[in-house]
Design a protein around this ligand. Structure first.
Ligand code: FPP
Length: 260
């Protein structure tokens, strides 16, 4: 294979994120730094097709791939996907087992896509509750992609926003008990520093598919100034056009962060 052909002067370079944004009707200067997605509607998608719920989850993997690759194309540095909540453990055993198998398969099958797009995989949540096979694949892919620094895919797995804050409080309490930290010195920065991914920027936008108007315990600390964009599109049908629509909706909002 030879070197890629040089772009013809004056024609948009399709691999230039700014050109990709403009082509999508987006302002490259106002792209979100951190997008969160509540992927909902897999079950409804399957029911509407007269299929089993697990078929909806299977199809949902394609939408995950679309959002990851399109986020790279648009130079969105971090995307957090709500893949399995702490509440999802209460679903029927068969569905939970299927989701865990799907996750392990996803980690194996999508690793080449992550490398091709130079995406670092991260995971947040009470990961020790996940089956050993999923933990093994997560550790493996996280280590294999740890050197990529421009784009991050963070999977929220066995994740609950309250659990994250409880875990942060426990860590802070043990620092106080050890005499390393004065209780009076605890501030917002202390809490931020004890979250699962302290370095992650606040969410700029939370996208929720399938129409529900709820946060569902998703990144409450990080979402305090996020814009909420809700689409009726069900997750397995969420493609590039729907993603662009959500990002344009976000860019149309006026963000004041409590000021005037
Ligand atoms: C919500 O739809 C979706 C989930 C609980 C699981 C999300 C999983 C995927 C998108 C596929 C796997 C993802 C990865 C990262 C491998 P729902 O079942 O609650 O839908 P419903 O509200 O219509 O029943």
């Amino acid at each position: 294979m030879g070197a890629p052909a040089a772009p013809v002067p004056g024609t948009p370079d399709r691999h230039d994120p700014a050109q990709a944004a403009i082509a999508a009707g987006l302002d490259p200067a106002r792209m979100p730094r951190h997008v969160g997605v509540i992927m909902d509607g897999n079950g409804r998608w399957a029911e509407r097709q007269g299929r089993e719920r697990i078929d909806g989850h299977r199809r949902g993997v394609e939408a995950v791939r679309t959002v990851v690759t399109e986020s790279v194309r648009l130079a969105i540095p971090r995307v957090t996907l709500y893949a399995f909540s702490s509440e999802n453990w209460s679903r029927p055993r068969r569905e939970v087992d299927f989701l865990m198998l799907l996750l392990a398969d996803f980690l194996r099958s999508e690793e080449p896509t992550l490398h091709a797009n130079r995406v670092r995989l991260e995971a947040i949540g009470r990961l020790d509750r996940l089956p050993a096979e999923v933990q093994y694949e997560l550790d493996r892919v996280r280590a294999a992609t740890a050197h990529y620094d421009r784009n991050i895919l963070s999977l929220a797995l066995s994740y609950g926003g309250r659990d994250e804050l409880v875990d942060a409080c426990r860590r802070i309490a043990s620092q106080v008990a050890a005499g390393e930290l004065a209780a009076a010195a605890i501030d917002a920065a202390t809490i931020q520093a004890n979250l699962y991914t302290p370095e992650a920027a606040d969410l700029d936008v939370v996208i929720r598919t399938a129409g529900e108007l709820r946060l569902s315990n998703f990144l409450p600390w990080q979402a305090v100034y996020a814009e909420y964009v809700v689409t009726e599109v069900l997750w397995p049908d969420f493609g590039v056009t729907a993603y662009h629509d959500c990002l344009r909706d976000f860019q149309g909002r006026e963000r004041r962060f409590g000021g005037l």
